[in-house]
Design a binder for this molecule. Structure first.
Ligand SMILES: *Cc1c(COP(=O)(O)O)cnc(C)c1O
Ligand code: SF4
Length: 341
């Protein structure tokens, strides 16, 4: 039996549905519903509908509730609202900007850097971020069958230089805890692995995802767990998210944040400073600030690198050193994410 199913279709109602599965089921998928719920002027609707055909809308209600109604420029809304400009072809903005296809070892297994591999556990996410660099990733090529999983685990087992596995996607926490616990068990049997890192936006989107079962298997595994969440703006970190992050930290799990520098979302120093302060107050360390990957449809989010450098320098003058994220860019074929400052 495969450890996981692949794709958004796997998310449906089930008799044993918990609060987080329910939040997925009731998420907004209709661009018009998103516009109307937020009371946007009608002229936003046609563009939203057109751009949603390229990459559908998906936004949990609990996240939408953190937005300011009537404000098309709301920084949370900007991350999920499809816009007409996404349809424009812009030079240099391509389907696979980070060379994922050249890094494939097996279906769903990417190796770019020394010592660590990235596992595309599922194509599904708890939100569709309009700037996502994997918005065109061929998730259907990911691991689906038991044989795919055996091949992938075999590749990891065969390479003793690996000591860390990153679960990514999509969002690995879209999978039920039973499947994740089983995957963690199989990984922990590979003697040379030391750490299991989980890259997820779910604790930010649907904080109820931090269940007792999740904390249970994370605490129980032989591997050292780390969790990297993804928040771009302090308004994402409301009280419910604060509690979810606190549960992870209280369980002894290091929690880091990565953000993407996004025009119209967090491209002012006071916004970045507020995000970083809020994170460290919640005991989450700012890890990376990513330069936008140049994916087709996301050009309107780009902040020039020169401006990004200026912002991060200003941030350093405002914050303690540990609260300043590393400003990096992913370069196809490079041995690590490239520092920009
Ligand atoms: C970003 C990434 C990693 C992790 O890089 P760190 O600098 O260790 O956070 C690992 N593998 C792949 C393929 C990546 O894209
Ligand atoms: S959660 Fe991550 S992988 Fe999913 S759409 Fe957003 S940026 Fe992309």
């Amino acid at each position: 039996m495969p450890i996981v199913a692949n794709g958004t279709d796997s998310v449906g109602a089930s008799p044993r549905e918990g609060p987080w599965q329910q939040a997925l089921r009731t998420a907004i998928r209709d661009p018009l519903e998103l516009c109307r719920r937020l009371g946007l002027p009608a002229e936003w609707e046609a563009g939203a509908r057109r751009a949603a055909r390229l990459f559908p809308v998906f936004a949990p209600l609990g996240y939408v509730d953190r937005m300011r109604p009537g404000d098309p420029g709301d920084p949370l809304l900007r991350q999920v609202l499809p816009l007409d400009v996404e349809l424009e072809e812009v030079d240099g903005f391509v389907a696979d900007p980070v060379g994922d296809q050249d890094a494939r070892l097996a279906p769903g297994l990417l190796r770019k850097y020394s010592g660590r591999v990235l596992l595309i556990t599922t194509g599904a996410c708890a939100v569709h971020c309009r700037y996502c660099f994997r918005r065109h990733y061929p998730y259907h090529e990911g691991p689906r069958t038991a044989a795919d999983w055996d091949q992938l685990l075999g590749e990891i087992a065969a390479d003793p230089t690996l000591d860390e596995v990153l679960l990514s996607g999509g969002d690995p926490l879209m999978l039920p805890d039973g499947q994740l616990a089983e995957l963690a068990r199989r990984l922990s049997e590979i003697g040379h692995l030391r750490r299991l890192r989980i890259h997820t936006r779910l604790p930010i989107m649907i904080p109820q995802r931090v269940t007792d079962e999740l904390l249970g298997w994370l605490r129980a595994t032989r591997l050292t767990p780390l969790v990297v969440v993804h928040a771009n703006h302090s308004a994402e970190l409301d009280q419910s998210v604060a509690q979810a992050l606190s549960r992870l930290v209280d369980a002894g799990i290091p929690v880091l944040n990565q953000a993407v520098l996004l025009r119209g979302v967090n491209d002012r120093v006071e916004l970045l400073a507020a995000l970083c302060r809020r994170l460290v107050d919640l005991r989450v360390l700012p890890y990376y600030l990513h330069q936008l990957d140049r994916v087709r449809g996301a050009a309107h989010f780009e902040v020039p690198v020169a401006q990004g450098r200026r912002l991060v320098r200003e941030l350093r003058d405002l914050l303690p050193g540990y609260a300043v994220p590393r400003y990096v860019q992913e370069v196809s074929g490079a041995a690590a994410k490239q520092p920009l400052v």
